[in-house]
Design a protein around this ligand. Sequence first.
Ligand code: SP5
Ligand code: ZN
Length: 348
Amino acid sequence: VPVVWSPDTRLHEPRHEIWVGAATPAVEVPARVDAILAALEGHPRHEATRHDDAVLSAVHDEGLLDFLATAAEAWAAGPYAELVGQDRVVPYFFPTPAMTQGMTPTPAVALHAQTGRWCYDTMTLVGPGTWPAARSAIDVALSAADLVAAGERTAYALCRPPGHHATRAGYGGSCYLNNAAVAAEALRRSGHERVAVVDVDAHHGNGTQAIFWDRADVLYGSVHVDPGAGWFPHLFGHATETGTGEGAGTTRNLPLPEGTRDARWVEAVGELADWAGSAGCSALVVSLGVDAAADDPESPLLVTADGYRGAGRALGALGLPAVLVQEGGYHLPSLGGLVAAYVEGHAT
Ligand code: SP5
Ligand code: ZN
């Protein structure tokens, strides 16, 4: 299985996530890239090539792209670094409906008040390397989609930072640009009439769901820890969410309880595989987060490497051309092995 990557994905170096007001050490770190590369050593390696913005701009709002591309430099030119002792764009002000009450707000002038227009949490900071890394992850996803369009059965995209929480016009959940959505859109443009995105990250991919919510040509199915039990992304990922308009019935969520473990988790992935297979999809994107693992600090699903291998088998058995897009997974000693187990299962 070709492994597509870019050294630029290491440039995003978050130090902290601000969570319930406290700065906790960042877990979505550049060392993740090297842990995965090491575990996939036996596979051929391809460095991503630069792609233009055509597909990216079809998935994301230009305002979000402009903000992410310019925020770190503008922040560094302001008084903020001195004030808070660090050089990261920290969201502060959120124009939620609680404030706007149906009125149309005039966009904020102060940079520190613009963050909340595009960012929906406090954990996802923008530093000097964030844009080059996030943009290079898009090139990784697009290069992997190119390989599949050229006839490769499966390609693995080592994307970082992850993407499935990024909406059309919003970033959050350690995600800035939606790599999996861009891969799906690229597969559509390469001639696949219907593409399935199956998301096995421990968290619901609210961004991917939102992007394809009203579309019939891209299905979104996810297995994740139940947001109804208090887990991120809190508002979305319930079984009742199934899409709207032309996309009615093209979203499927299988929320699972804490402590689910391998047997039920793999069975749920199999249900999504059956669903995608019977919906007439001709290509597949897998949002491959390995944070459902037992030793991961961010989820309680207790899945093992055998579980990930089983998930790979279930989705690989569809026999569809597939782009595997890296999402979360934060336990550095084990995350490479979990990715390798999934890839091995998928490719056999
Ligand atoms: C892509 C992905 O897996 N994003 C996960 C974002 C969920 N983060 C929720 C964080 C909840 C609080 N974590 C506390 C420990 C921080 N180090
Ligand atoms: Zn996750």
